[in-house]
Structure formats: structure tokens, C-alpha cells
Design a protein around this ligand. Structure first.
Ligand SMILES: [Zn+2]
Ligand SMILES: [Zn+2]
Length: 356
């Protein structure tokens, strides 16, 4: 077994994969004894792993945006016009939902099915987040799940917080990432006309929905200044959401508990979960990537959003593992931090032992 694939716990991305494997996740998991919880032991850095070819445009662009964001957070008067501030939060949530419910749970994991009307909404909301196009996002995320925290993972967290957070966007991809990326089956995405349209016209859709229309609305609807509308939407909202989504790849692969599988890097991180609209319960998500909730329980915003569209019939075939399967995985692979363990009574101490 090569050390670099030790934390590739499961190749299962969708429920279909699970059925194809004709085995349950429990049996698919390699014996815990073969693993180690130590991150540094889990991953052997290959020769030349640190060699990187910088993408200078991205370095300058991302650095400028983040520095402007910090400056804006200290200088922008959030109380000057509460409508503008409310619009900032609304767009943050909507763009976040496009990413979490759309590109992530629908297009990457096929965790549920959506009628074309809902897919159009998700495509528009995703464009408003201003990230890479759907094809690139889905392909990178599928590779991430298949080769988690190895050289083939686009944002391999074993290369440190900075690399997994944003550094990976600032340099050319590792050859393994490119090789595995070419192998990813994207036929389902390319068979969806809504996704294909979105990919084809992405630059214009992104410009309109991420950067132009959100700025125009406050200016024309409540007389906000162009500058304040621009800073609130194109700097504060855009950069804060990018960092929230990036934290799933960085913080939620480094800090937090591992109730479902103690032998992989992804963690349950409640801060990331809060800022990423319910995507931070990442230990669970890596064990059950095809669960539409991306968490064991209901109650997070993206799940509520999908549930709403399920109620009106635009989302259907919502996939979830059985309670029994989840519990058996917790007992077999978890780190003992799950509340399930609190229900297990302590072994009775015999009176004879107490007298000793
Ligand atoms: Zn992950
Ligand atoms: Zn995922």
C-alpha cells in the first residue's frame, strides 16, 4: 500500500457508486488497524512536492482582493444604510446556497434530483458566487473525494492550511491532480442542458450575477452610492463567501472532531459549518458524500433550502443512509466524540471492586 493513498477512505461519491460497489460503506472501509491518526505519518511527501509553478495573475488578484477586503471591513460603515447591509447578507446566503445545494450536493454528488426550474435557479445562484465554472468545480471536487489528502487532491490538506485554503489556486496543479482530473467521469454533468448552458456562458453569467446586478440593485432601488454598493457586494460579500467555502477544504480538514471516521483528515467543524451554510460537518460528508444533508441531522440552511424545494416538488429522490448504517459506522470507525456514546452505560463496577 503506498503511503500517499492511506487517507483515501472511500471511492464512493454518489449512491450509484455505492450500489455499483455492491458493498456497504462499512465493509468498504479498510480495517482501522491499518491506519494511523497521525496526519504527518498518514502522508509521505513525495520528492519535489514543494516545487510549485506560480500563477502570477491569481496571486496578485487573490492577494489584492483579500487585502481590499480587510481594509473594507474596517472602513465600511455597515450602519449607514441597513438595506445595503441586509442585501449583503442576503446575497451571501443566496450565492452560498448556489454552491452548496447546486454545484456541491446536486451536480457533484447527485445527492438528490432537481427539476429544470430548480436547476436554473441553482445555476444563477452559483454564478453569483463568482467562482470557477460548474465543470471545473465538480471535476476538482470529485477528485478531492476520490483522492482525499493525497498528491492527487487539488487542495491536499497535508500540504498545510494555506495551501488547502487558497494556495492551491495560486499555483499550477500537481501532475497527479491533472492526471486524475482527466479520468473523472463528467458525463452526467454534460448531459444536463442547464449545466452545459451555464458552463458555456459562464464568464458573462458570472459577471452579471456576481458583480454587476448585485451592485446595481442598491443603487437604483434605494439610492445607494456606486462605491458603497461595489464595496459591500464585490469585495465584502464576495471575498467573505470565498473564504467560507475555502475553509471547508482547509479548517474542516484540520481542526475538529471525527465522530464518523477517526482515520481520515476531514473533521466536524461548527464554525466552518456556520459560515458555509451547513457544509462544515465534513467528517460525516466524507463518509457519506451522497447524503443530500451533508450532515447526519437536518436543520442546517442548505438542507432546509433543498427540503423547501422538495415540498413543492422541484427537488426529489433525496438520498440518505439508514440510521443503522450511520450508527454502525460511528461504532466501528468514529473517534468516540459522537453523542451516541453518551447513551452507552458505563460498565457496572462490582461492589467487591469498590471495597478494594
Ligand atoms: Zn473535503
Ligand atoms: Zn463533497
Amino acid at each position: 500500500m503506498t503511503p500517499n493513498v492511506l487517507s483515501t477512505d472511500s471511492k464512493i461519491l454518489t449512491e450509484k457508486d455505492l450500489q455499483n460497489e455492491k458493498s456497504s460503506i462499512t465493509t468498504k472501509m479498510i480495517d482501522a488497524e491499518n491506519y494511523t491518526q497521525n496526519r504527518s505519518k498518514n502522508y509521505t511527501k513525495t520528492e519535489g512536492w514543494f516545487k510549485m509553478e506560480p500563477k502570477w495573475f491569481n496571486i496578485l488578484n487573490i492577494s489584492f482582493l483579500n487585502l481590499y477586503f480587510i481594509y473594507a471591513c474596517f472602513t465600511f460603515d455597515f450602519f449607514e444604510n441597513l438595506l445595503t447591509t441586509a442585501w449583503l447578507f442576503i446575497m451571501y446566503i443566496l450565492a452560498g446556497l448556489g454552491t452548496t445545494a447546486g454545484t456541491h450536493r446536486l451536480w457533484t454528488h447527485q445527492a438528490y434530483k432537481a427539476k429544470w426550474q430548480f436547476r436554473v435557479i441553482l445555476g444563477v445562484l452559483y454564478a453569483s458566487a463568482g467562482m470557477n465554472d460548474i465543470f471545473e468545480w465538480v471535476r476538482d471536487h470529485r477528485v478531492h473525494h476520490k483522492y482525499t489528502d493525497t498528491d492527487a487532491d487539488p487542495h491536499n490538506s497535508n500540504r498545510g492550511f494555506f495551501f488547502s485554503h487558497v494556495g492551491w489556486l495560486m499555483m499550477k496543479k500537481h501532475p497527479d491532480v491533472i492526471r486524475r482530473g482527466c479520468e473523472v467521469d463528467m458525463s452526467d454533468v454534460l448531459a444536463d442542458p442547464v449545466a452545459v448552458f451555464n458552463i458555456k456562458y459562464f464568464p458573462i453569467l458570472k459577471f452579471m450575477f456576481a458583480f454587476l446586478l448585485p451592485v446595481m440593485l442598491p443603487v437604483y432601488a434605494w439610492n445607494e452610492t456606486w462605491y458603497r454598493a461595489f464595496v459591500s457586494q464585490d469585495i465584502i460579500r464576495y471575498v467573505s463567501l470565498l473564504n467560507a467555502i475555502w475553509s471547508v477544504n482547509s479548517a474542516a480538514h484540520i481542526w475538529g472532531s471525527k465522530p464518523y471516521n477517526a482515520h481520515i483528515n476531514p473533521t466536524e467543524n461548527r464554525w466552518v459549518n456556520f459560515f458555509s451554510a451547513g457544509e462544515g460537518l465534513h467528517n460525516y460528508h466524507h463518509v457519506f458524500p451522497w447524503d443530500y444533508k451533508a450532515a447526519e441531522l437536518h436543520g442546517f440552511i442548505t438542507t432546509a433550502f433543498i427540503n423547501f424545494f422538495a415540498k413543492i416538488g422541484w427537488a426529489y429522490d433525496l438520498k440518505e443512509p439508514s440510521k443503522e448504517l450511520v450508527e454502525s459506522v460511528i461504532r466501528k470507525k468514529g473517534d468516540g466524540s459522537h453523542s451516541l456514546w453518551e447513551a452507552v452505560p458505563y460498565p457496572a463496577i462490582s461492589k467487591i471492586e469498590l471495597k478494594k
